[in-house]
Design a protein. Structure first.
Length: 126
């Protein structure tokens, strides 16, 4: 009985290990749209809305004050001003000299950082 069970067990273990998923995160498994060829404000606005505008909005002028500039990200003109100041790109990339953003949280997913960075480098297209 044991002689017939052992080959079946070995086969089952091999089958499971061969067919198991090799990806350890959702991005690697499903891929992601990280095309930064042409990035407009429409692509980065949801990133700002979901991660920044809670503090960097028109009603909260105490947050984001650095070097005499209040960094607001709730609309295009303010986001462009933040980008042109040089603070936004440093903050989202967690570079020295500025407070890493989002404040007190992990760095944004790499694709979102790449999108914001590309938007800035491409001239902050509306």
């Amino acid at each position: 009985m044991m002689k017939t069970f052992l080959p079946l067990l070995v086969f089952a273990v091999l089958l499971i290990s061969i067919s198991s998923c090799k990806f350890n995160n959702e991005e690697a498994l499903y891929g992601h749209d990280c095309d930064t060829t042409t990035v407009t404000y429409a692509k980065v606005k949801p990133i700002f809305d979901n991660n920044c505008v809670g503090c960097h909005n028109s009603e909260n002028t105490t947050y984001g004050s650095r070097f005499g500039l209040v960094v607001m990200l709730y609309d295009y003109d303010n986001a462009k001003a933040a980008a042109n100041s040089g603070l936004l790109i440093k903050a989202v990339n967690h570079l020295p000299g500025v407070t890493p953003m989002p404040y007190g949280l992990s760095k944004l997913p790499e694709c979102e950082v790449e999108a914001v960075t590309a938007w800035i480098h491409q001239g902050c297209k509306p």
